[in-house]
Design a protein around this ligand. Sequence first.
Ligand SMILES: Cc1cc2nc3c(=O)[nH]c(=O)nc-3n(C[C@H](O)[C@H](O)[C@H](O)COP(=O)(O)OP(=O)(O)OC[C@H]3O[C@@H](n4cnc5c(N)ncnc54)[C@H](O)[C@@H]3O)c2cc1C
Length: 428
Amino acid sequence: MDEYDAVIIGAGIIGLSTAYHIKRKNPAARILVVDKFNAAGQGSTAKSASAFRCLFSSYTNYVLADSSVEFYKHLQENLKIDLKLQWTGYLWLLDEENWGNILPVLESLSEKGLKYKEYDKEDLAKKLCVNTYLADDEEARLMGLKDVYKGVFIPKAGIVDAACLVEFYEKEFLRLGGEIRFGVKAENLIIEPYEPLGIPDEPYFWQESRIAGVKTDKGVIKARKTILAAGAWIPQFLDALGIECFIKPKKRQIFCIPAKNEALKKLLFTKEFNSAGCLPFTILPNYQILIRPFPDEEVFWLGYADEFPRAFKLEEDPQPEKNFYQYAIYQVLVKYFPQFKDCRPTSAFAGLYGINTLDGQPIIFEEKDLIVVGGASGSGIMKADAIGRIAAALYNSEEYALLYGDRKFKVSDLSLKNRRVEQEKLII
Ligand SMILES: Cc1cc2nc3c(=O)[nH]c(=O)nc-3n(C[C@H](O)[C@H](O)[C@H](O)COP(=O)(O)OP(=O)(O)OC[C@H]3O[C@@H](n4cnc5c(N)ncnc54)[C@H](O)[C@@H]3O)c2cc1C
């Protein structure tokens, strides 16, 4: 049987970025990508809010996002590949306590040259018609909502179209001679002993063995390296082999509200913050509900990454929950932004985060000829290019990956055995 140099399971943004960078560095290698869906980027990538920011306190977070976003900027501005990237910025609305906690972190980042701008509550109220004072509102008190004290605006942040990015990596990979097969479902990874003895059910623990490819519903695919980039589905494959990866699936939902009246239009097309002429990607105080502007479609996307008691659960087709909007998101949203009063979503969708439960950073490691690339934990779009480059460096057994902009990144820093990532302090 024909052996590939690498078979990649998963044609999401991470699998495709990895495939492209491996092929770019190894033009003669035979690389195959398989996906159970009939097109690229139909897993969590299609469900993303597709926002990005480049201001983080952890170097890992910063360099993964910043180098990826610089690459996307290069594609759009220099190579004229339209990724629908817009510099909307991020706007965090903060209560007094959070502001106090975050100020020292912001000041130290600003000494390193990272830019942010602060807004007073009066200014925010004027610019956004946001309700900054909730202390007299009994319902708001019941929900534990806090007054808005300050706003922090990060200009190097914005939105991009994940589908355009997927298209770029897919096209380039194919142009370089890579192969993709859609509608191919991986069933399990194949384990083989280096020296088969022909005994039943081998290999046994005393035999040296490796992952030799993948068994799919369309047949067996053998490869020198098998690359698992199956997003939230990764643990399904690894649990079966007793390999711990610290990645768990969790549902995340987005609700779409059209800017149907003058007040909402005014909010969506706020001119005060950025050159994109729209509301920044905005995060509400304490519960961190997000408002993602979608100016081209004249809608807002609303979401909230709930933790307790949301289960870690793998769902083939996760569905948005009407009550999650109506009794949770809406109730908080409308207290701060009364413009949304009586607004109901016209559409909604849900996907899965592949959460790295250790530190929320991507995981890239190799074991027995199997390379695992995942755990992007809700920031896979903004970090995809760097993740692909690091996975490609691991494939080539390189100690360092060269990220876009010639920044060196030690490959083992994202492994499990020699992991070295700093805690993120800019959680506002
Ligand atoms: C609601 C929501 C909002 C988000 N917002 C943002 C954001 O604003 N910014 C950001 O950067 N990130 C965001 N993310 C996270 C981002 O979408 C993910 O980190 C990223 O898409 C992960 O890409 P992936 O390629 O690892 O996974 P996926 O896109 O899920 O790709 C995995 C692929 O593996 C395939 N696969 C799985 N099992 C098999 C099998 N057995 N056989 C064959 N193929 C298989 C799937 O079909 C899928 O195509 C968000 C995610 C969600 C759900």
